[in-house]
Design a protein around this ligand. Structure first.
Ligand code: PLP
Length: 437
């Protein structure tokens, strides 16, 4: 069994499923990250998304106004900031819950990886010969008849399956999504309507991924999107940081030593928040402070980041936790080792929250900002409150940030929700309202 570097007090909080803030003792320690990817891969991913943009406009007419780029707005949240940001500064919301095509943050990584695969096949089969060719050719009959021979498969708790299934089937691939027991019925139904093969597993996320990987390994025509170790997913997510940087400039927000940036990222297996973290550090260096957020029942990234470099992350089950959470997007028991080893030195810390706390945030977002998200996505809004805790204050003091808080910017990353059926959302909201004290 691997060492997990937790104090006895932290271990006690973790085991008893109490919310906590864990500060990363290896923040800034390069030796903790043996797998650091190269930053030019972010540019490669951004360029690829640009090459495919004309084709995406044809496949998804709703992308017309964005010229084929799938991007979300950065929203000012003044009212929420005034009511619930005890540390000061400005609170912004990154609205990935409203990302087109997939309705969640998975639009970034998932779609990028499907496009990578399509590009590889297209070049292999001579459909295109250079990156300057007309990519709209890949939407035509000849290309589709080739893509049709391949199956793109993935294991998912729901949202990654939606992203891969929607994009894969739009290009003409056969698609197979292995869903864990946490996956919501409406997500499965939505995929089946598009002709995606949904394989239901009575097991957790890691086992659904393993089943998909196994099924795919048998055939050269089967491509498996491996959420536990994919650089393509990771880099697709990382592109978000470059675009965020441009949005901050446009909004007149300065980020430097006197104007720190705090970002709160919901984390499941780690790919989405890890990729964004990698991108953020590339853009903002020491001026950005990133925290991951997880349900108390599924703190897998906390255990992964607190684990030893180069070794398998410890499953939350080893601490008596059972992944019982309504945050299906974060319901993961074991983190991605690849992501932990790539980003361990970049992360400031991880906080955990109970489902009741998530519902409280979901309620506030609706009430104060009229924004509807799924429970997983609400967790980022707790960030400023967590930073005002004694442990949070310790972080702020250690990094000399207290005197700059009035100049600080806080971004809660909203990661999913716009595809949630209205009746389902009402159920969430009723639960949230019942919890009002
Ligand atoms: C998948 C997901 C996340 C976290 O992404 P990981 O790559 O699993 O860490 C966060 N929020 C929502 C809504 C998601 O679907």
């Amino acid at each position: 069994m691997n060492n997990v570097f937790l104090t006895p007090e932290q271990e006690q909080l973790l085991r008893s499923a109490k919310s906590m803030l864990w500060l990363n003792p290896r923040y800034g320690d390069l030796s903790a990250a043996p797998e650091m990817p190269e930053a030019h891969q972010i540019e490669d991913a951004a360029a690829r998304l640009q090459r495919f943009a004309p084709l995406l406009v044809q496949l998804f007419p709703e992308l017309e106004s964005e010229a084929g780029l799938i991007e979300s707005p950065l929203l000012e949240a003044n009212a929420l900031n005034q009511a619930y940001n005890p540390v000061g500064g400005r609170l912004l919301l990154k609205a990935d819950h409203a990302l087109a095509v997939a309705g969640s943050i998975k639009a970034r990584g998932g779609i990028h990886e499907v496009l990578c695969f399509a590009e590889t096949i297209a070049i292999e089969k001579g459909l295109i010969t250079t990156w300057d060719d007309d990519y709209t050719l890949l939407g035509q009959h000849h290309a589709r008849s080739i893509f049709q021979k391949y199956t793109v498969a993935v294991g998912s708790t729901g949202n990654l399956g939606l992203s891969i299934g929607i994009m894969g089937s739009a290009l003409g691939f056969q698609t197979e999504v292995h869903m864990s027991t946490d996956a919501k019925e409406w997500k499965k139904a939505r995929l089946r309507k598009r002709g995606v093969t949904v394989v239901e597993h009575e097991t957790d996320y890691s086992e659904a991924v393993a089943a998909g990987r196994q099924a795919a390994s048998a055939s050269p025509y089967h491509y498996f999107v491996d959420d536990e170790s994919s650089a393509y997913l990771f880099m697709g997510y990382a592109v978000a940081a470059r675009r965020l940087q441009a949005q901050l400039v446009e909004a007149g927000v300065i980020i430097d030593a006197e104007h720190p940036l705090f970002v709160y990222l919901p984390a499941g297996v780690g790919g989405a928040p890890g990729g964004i973290l990698f991108g953020l550090k590339h853009c903002f260096g020491d001026h950005v402070h990133a925290f991951f957020a997880e349900p108390v029942q599924a703190p897998c990234m906390l255990l992964g980041m607190a684990g030893e470099a180069g070794s398998e992350p410890t499953p939350v089950y080893n601490y008596g936790l059972r992944i019982e959470t309504d945050a299906d997007g974060l319901a993961v028991g074991t983190a991605s080792q690849w992501v932990c080893d790539a980003t361990r030195h970049l992360l400031s810390g991880v906080y955990t929250a109970t489902d009741n706390q998530l519902y409280q945030q979901l309620d506030r977002l609706k009430l104060i900002e009229a924004i509807e998200v799924e429970p997983s996505a609400a967790i980022g809004c707790l960030g400023p409150e967590v930073l005002s805790s004694p442990v949070g204050k310790h972080y702020l003091e250690t990094h000399g940030l207290i005197q700059h808080l009035h100049n600080s910017t806080h971004i809660a990353w909203l990661t999913g929700g716009s595809f949630v059926p209205e009746s389902e959302y009402q159920t969430y909201l009723e639960k949230a309202i019942a919890l009002r004290s």
